[in-house]
Design a protein. Structure first.
Length: 333
């Protein structure tokens, strides 16, 4: 069996078709038997009636035949056969195939009557192709406009994460119009080592990141998908900072860290984030803060800003202090 289970489905469908054929053959045989008996009865010459005293058992049967509606046996047999077929369908797990078969049959009749969908107009699509939209809506080449449920198609379309809203209109005898409003890919969201594409409301649009989405901002952490829109809108007000950002991370679902393309990490406070970004902008304009040989800027404390030097810068600073200290001792001597 392949990944889609097509072989198993084919086997079930074949068994279901065999059951239907058996039921149909039994019904045909019964009707033929009834027809043959009727013909034989009509061909035999009429016999003079004889008065026969019925036995008790025969009297019961005669009474039953007298007050029982004609052809009740045929009807009962048909009900038994149909009940057996229905039980076989349910027990064999062929309900979906049976319903699909009935749906295909009525669509085929409607298509023959002139209600085939021969023109489809789809507006508003950008990321999705026409075939993808039709597949999501459940519209196939066998569908007829007469039996197409526009509300059900709309609900199936809106259930797709890419589609925010949809309108489905039918124009008889054979034109279908679908208008959709697509969500826009907003950012890449990384959580537990897995990266997906999200919309601005946090809805996951793609379970993987295709090449065309690699330029989107990267947000990291639990809850970041829902709060990234507001934070990135705040960063738009500080053009000195935002163009250098490589990623933003929500820490503890409370505050943000910023990773710059240079590797510098900025730890922002939980409150008054705008003031901290304004301070960063001023320090970079005045002292080229982002270009210095530092790895971390910590702004979590409201009354101070702490920086961490890189290993090379820390070593150079330590050697500089040693040189100054040795020169001072030599001077004192």
């Amino acid at each position: 069996m392949d990944g889609g289970g097509r072989l198993a489905r084919s086997s079930r469908l074949s068994g279901f078709q065999s059951d239907l054929k058996a039921v149909a053959a039994a019904i045909v045989a019964l009707l033929r038997h009834r027809w043959a008996r009727r013909k034989r009865a009509q061909a035999q010459p009429a016999r003079p009636a004889r008065l026969v005293r019925p036995e008790p058992a025969d009297g019961f049967i005669a009474t039953l035949e007298r007050y029982t509606p004609r052809r009740i046996g045929v009807v009962a047999t048909l009900f038994i056969l149909l009940g057996s077929a229905g039980l076989g369908i349910v027990k064999g797990g062929h309900v979906d195939e049976f319903v699909q078969g009935l749906d295909d049959a009525r669509n085929a009749v409607a298509n023959i009557a002139g209600f085939r969908i021969h023109q489809v107009a789809i507006a508003g699509r950008k990321q999705l192709t026409q075939d993808e939209v039709l597949a999501i809506g459940g519209v196939t080449g066998r569908s007829s406009l007469l039996f197409l449920d526009a509300a059900a198609v709309r609900d199936r379309l809106k259930a797709n994460p890419w589609i925010a809203d949809a309108t489905v209109l039918k124009f008889y005898p054979g034109e279908l119009q679908i208008d959709i409003v697509e969500r826009t890919a907003f950012a890449r969201w990384q959580l537990d080592g897995r990266t997906v594409v999200i919309a601005d409301d946090g809805a996951v649009l793609e379970p993987y990141v295709a090449k065309r989405f690699m330029s989107l901002p990267l947000v990291v952490g639990k809850g970041a998908e829902a709060r990234a829109k507001d934070f990135l809108a705040l960063l738009d007000r500080y053009p000195q900072v935002k163009p250098q950002i490589r990623a933003i991370a929500l820490v503890g679902e409370r505050r943000w860290n910023i990773w710059l393309s240079t590797g510098l990490v900025i730890r922002l406070p939980e409150h008054e984030v705008g003031n901290s970004l304004a301070t960063l902008t001023r320090l970079d304009q005045e002292d080229k803060l982002f270009s210095r040989d530092i790895t971390t800027i910590d702004m979590r404390l409201p009354d101070r800003l702490t920086v961490r030097l890189s290993d090379a810068a820390a070593k150079a600073r330590e050697e500089l202090f040693k040189d100054k200290k040795s020169k001072k001792k030599a001077g004192d001597a």
